[in-house]
Design a protein around this ligand. Sequence first.
Ligand code: FAD
Length: 404
Amino acid sequence: MAVKSLTPTPDLSPTTHQPPATSSHHDVIIVGGGLAGSAAASWLAQAGARVLLLEAGRFPHDKLCGEFLSPECQAVFGRLGMTSAVQALGPSYLTASRFTALDGQVWDARLPAPGLGLSRAALDPLLFNHAAQQGATALQGARVTRVTRQSAQAWRVEWQTGDATHETVVPLVLGAWGKRSGLDRTLNRPFLGQSHPTFALKAHYGGPSLDRRVEIHGFDGGYCGLAEVEGGRVNLCLLAETRRLKAHLGDPERFVQRVLPTNPALGDWLAQARRLSPRFIAISQIPFVPKSQVVDGVLMLGDTAGLISPLVGNGMAMALTSAEIAAPLALQYLDGRLKHREMAAEYSRRWQARFQRRLWLGRLAQPLLFRPAALSLGLRLLRLAPALGDALVAHTRDPLLPTP
Ligand SMILES: Cc1cc2nc3c(=O)[nH]c(=O)nc-3n(C[C@H](O)[C@H](O)[C@H](O)COP(=O)(O)OP(=O)(O)OC[C@H]3O[C@@H](n4cnc5c(N)ncnc54)[C@H](O)[C@@H]3O)c2cc1C
């Protein structure tokens, strides 16, 4: 296929082999229409590739997420040509952060650059529709059940819409199905054999103003984030050890009522707030462990490739950026300038160079936040040496993003 050029242009030397050919009308199937899948579909379709984007769910739907968009996301929206469309959704602008511990220790800091608070129910369909506007065939209610490699340059994708089953053979598949899916099992991904002893809850609240702060409040065995999103609602999203929930009979309502007020700052806020969401969204077995970026020739994007601690507030930026890394390489492959294995190796290399350090820091810091004494000590240190906080934030951000 002939594709238009896409910036940033990868610095790989062209090869002379033939471009892949299959009987399909599509060059690439992207599995999952979340942030990573929709962004990749937009870039590939914009450049002239024939993209089939398959999303199992239907928009709009609520999603478990802290809904804090780091400045890197805004940079990607700019490159996608979506800045004004995102602004039209009325996100809140978040300029500061506050961390609190059980014993009342507080650390306040300005964010190095403003973040946005925007619900996933608003953001995800915007990106999905953008992919369709760029020319991707974007289907909702289309669940992929199996991806099988047929040859060096052909993958069979089996998918369902309602009662109908479909089969398409394409020269390229991008996996963007999120943290975990039945597809991980069909691909025998090793992380499924590990234990992931954390759970998360999310709901929207109406409550006292947070004065443009994103707040993280620690409690024994977990932490809870608060951030305002569009319409003045506040996203409450917590992450904690699963055994703590079990101690409350597995009941999210009981857990929230009994555990969150143990942190006085959070308790005060909750006492004046009221829940707007009818119920909590809950997930468990969250795989914060290393994953492979390429499995059976499928390039993994976003959480499918690796999940960062939400503490860092950077997962959405990673999802969007992984799509931005994959798209130009995919185009070179589809254009016949790269062999599949060259494209896959280069994608893994670039992904690791970009994200490895922040993933490692997130894995290191998350358990500390779960321990009240460690969190309290950490906050005291940060108050004494604010430069330490700046350095930590800088190490979890994209080194390619200019510092303000
Ligand atoms: C507790 C918690 C809080 C977080 N808070 C933040 C935060 O404040 N800021 C931040 O930047 N990040 C945060 N994150 C991380 C962020 O939510 C993710 O990194 C981001 O959603 C990843 O996007 P994605 O496109 O990879 O996956 P997703 O957004 O999960 O999209 C995957 C899509 O694939 C679809 N899908 C799944 N299986 C199939 C299938 N078989 N066929 C077709 N479609 C399928 C799903 O329906 C879904 O739409 C948080 C994560 C957690 C766990």
